[in-house]
Design a protein around this ligand. Structure first.
Ligand SMILES: [Zn+2]
Length: 252
């Protein structure tokens, strides 16, 4: 069996992967409310799942290590709902920078932060900018961005990209962990994340899932396990392609 889970390996095995120029994927997520119908760990579970699937798809051609997941992120905008555990923006940035710095010091040069939570996106990218200014190069993406075109084709509902507890996330959860999903409480809500003013995206407002709202952005009622497999396959394929290219890229 191929080994690619960082925390299951011994130090010399990790060093050997480093010497083979392994790509390290750091799954980054969140613990936050996911509507009434999904568990609170969707984002970190999905980031870790697609990281492992890509590592498996690439073995043994491309050496990949999947790091321990960073299970909590930036979710103050979900705090009106029970179960959300958030870091501050500063703490989250520091956690990412410390972890990446350790990997860099151990000699890894192909490090990818693989995010599964929209609320982390800006802080994660700012952290990579800061690391870059310190001479540490790290790649960062949110997993659905790599497969955006294919996901849009596969989605049935009006919202063509990942929202929150939406058709895509719910379908993948039905495929992977149906026992944790309660479809009887799934509701369609295309109004979230709310903007206080209709700027069409020209002015950014931090979204807030207010009390009394559904906590959903999208249409989970259209979710099926079958679609979940298709979404997951598209994401895994695009992520694996990216990693193959990243692995060949020279990073001094
Ligand atoms: Zn999220």
């Amino acid at each position: 069996m191929e080994k690619y889970v960082w925390q299951h390996m011994r130090r010399d095995e990790i060093a050997e992967m480093r010497d083979h120029g392994a790509v390290v994927i750091v799954p980054v997520g969140s613990i936050e409310q996911h509507g009434a119908h999904l568990p609170v760990d969707v984002d970190i579970f999905m980031a870790q799942t697609v990281a492992l699937a890509a590592a498996q798809a690439l073995a043994p051609d491309v050496p990949v290590l999947v790091a321990p997941p960073v299970w909590t992120g930036v979710s103050p905008h979900h705090m009106h709902f029970t179960g959300t555990l958030t870091l501050s923006v500063d703490t989250f940035s520091q956690v990412l920078r410390d972890i990446v710095t350790c990997m860099w010091r151990h000699g890894f040069r192909h490090i990818l932060l693989l995010n599964g939570h929209g609320g982390n996106d800006q802080t994660m990218k700012a952290a990579t900018l800061q690391l870059g200014a310190e001479g540490i190069e790290v790649a960062a993406t949110t997993y659905w961005d790599l497969a955006a075109a294919e996901l849009a084709e596969l989605v049935e509902g009006e919202r063509k990209k990942v929202g929150h507890a939406c058709e895509i996330e719910t379908s993948m959860m039905l495929y992977l962990r149906q026992e944790l999903v309660d479809m009887s409480t799934a509701v369609k809500d295309l109004g979230i994340p709310p903007t206080r003013l209709p700027t069409g995206g020209a002015v950014y407002f931090w979204p807030v899932f207010d009390p009394g709202t559904t906590g959903v952005a999208g249409d989970p009622t259209l979710a099926t396990a079958e679609k979940g497999k298709a979404f997951l396959d598209a994401i895994t394929k695009n992520l694996a392609e990216f990693i193959r290219t990243f692995h060949k890229t020279h990073i001094p």
